[in-house]
Design a protein around this ligand. Sequence first.
Ligand code: FES
Length: 111
Amino acid sequence: MESESPNDWIDVASAADLSAGQAMEVVVGEHVIALFRDADSLYALDGLCAHQGGPVAKGELSKTDAGKTCVTCPWHGWQYELATGIQTVNRQPLQRTFPIRERNGRVEVQV
Ligand code: FES
């Protein structure tokens, strides 16, 4: 059974503007959202770091030993798994994630 309504997805960017290894920050209503793409997938996280509100979209991407793509906040180095928002040191899901997809050349999120 289809659980989503087409209206749930919000167009936030051109897919061409978010190539592999890149990030961008968008504002959807009252949410600042950091968008990322690695070699395999798109990701959307809260754009304001759970620590002190640093700009997550400006962080460096890297891989954990387990092969998960992470972003490191540029302010104090907290690191989050993109797929889950889990902070890699304390293993808690501190950073909110949002559903994201690519459709017809556009990037869409649900908030
Ligand atoms: S604000 Fe992100 S690590 Fe401190």
